[in-house]
Design a protein around this ligand. Sequence first.
Ligand code: SAM
Length: 454
Amino acid sequence: MNLPQDFLDEMKLILKDDFQQYIGAVDKEPFRGISVNRIKITPEKLIPLLPFAVQKSPFYDDGYYIPINEQGIGKHPLHHAGSFYVQEPSASSAVSLLDVQPGEKVLDLCAAPGGKSIQIASKLSGTGLIWSNEVVRNRAQILLSNFERMGVANGVVSSCYPEVLCEKLGSYFDKVLVDAPCSGEGMFRKNPAASLEWSREHVQACANRQLSILDSAAQCVRPGGVLVYSTCTFSYEENEGVIKTFLAAHPDFEESGTRQHFGRQTELSCAVRITPLEGGEGHFAARLRRKGNDTNISIPVIRNHHLPKASLYQAAEKMLFELYDDLPEGILSVNKNKVYLLPHLMPDINGLGVVRAGVLVGEYKKNRIEPAHALFMSSRPSSLRQVLSLEQNDKRVDEFLSGMEIECDAASGYTAVLYCGVVIGFGKCSNGRLKNKYPKGIRQTAGSSYLRTE
Ligand code: SAM
């Protein structure tokens, strides 16, 4: 691969004695990985079910390398089930620095397609709140479909400019992640064409934009809270340079964190850089802390929370009692004919470009609620009244994912479909058949499921 000379000169300064080793790695195949979604499954249960070998990644405790040539992973039933997310291994490192704890309120400001938000949601496992924002509207839709597949119920997906969102939300969050748009130098091995767009001017423009996003993000961190900044580029200017400028302009923030056990050290003790020489395509992450300590930030009132009319409320309750032994938690809310379950910790969402808050419970049709795919995807199997359990070699798995009606020995009514114990969707059982409710937009062609088992 031919890389721009100015870029190589920069890399020489960053890598020093290791520069020649980097040049030797430039034309090698990129690393690939997955992160496990604990909302759905544990790594211990998932790994023996995967049809390929994995190797532990150093960057994240639920991250694994996968073989570089493995094809069709997105068609694996456990991928449909949201059990794992395909993620370049070093990209998972930023969430390790964030160190999310159950019950925390976390903002991911530049979130699409959603790899890091899914890691955060996995760490929260249904507690606290994950607010994921993506300024580009159609990318926010991809984020939403990932939230639904991964079963995130305690989340908000928005598409809003950081300056608008952060001013309105205020210092509400325990943790804020800015995984900023960047010059993408860590993507060159995966996408060599990206190097054609590289220039010093572009790096400078990225650094300016990154600072402006960080300025907004700073407003959302509560005193004592944590701000993690990350990029998938190596550039000093976009990384250490941005952090130093930010700290100079924000004396209420300080470096936080000790040396990580992965990556290469930087001149900032709070930051780590990962290159192909450390086992990842390329990432930089820095952890800052807002001085002070205030864990009692009041929760802004949810002003646009529309309580369902009594008839709708009753229909929703009836449907939920029919589906669950153990009801899902949240606040029932309605927008037009759609019913949602909102997380308890949700702030006011008015005017913030919210695409989805909480989980879609269902749609009101002819005096009843038709349940939604997203509701089942976010449900614990043990909480559901009626399930159809499919195991690894059952041909109905492929039939179900391609939208076909399948055999079902459950009683009549809505039935969750499980693959190896993980909810993959639902249908309506009647007379030994399951009418398929797998959404049309995500169905696959019959026979294309990835079920290799050697
Ligand atoms: N965190 C994501 C993940 O793990 O999947 C990747 C985020 S990507 C590196 C950066 C995102 O920032 C892109 O989705 C891009 O659309 C968005 N972005 C672009 N310009 C932006 C801006 N001015 N403010 C905020 N976000 C922006």
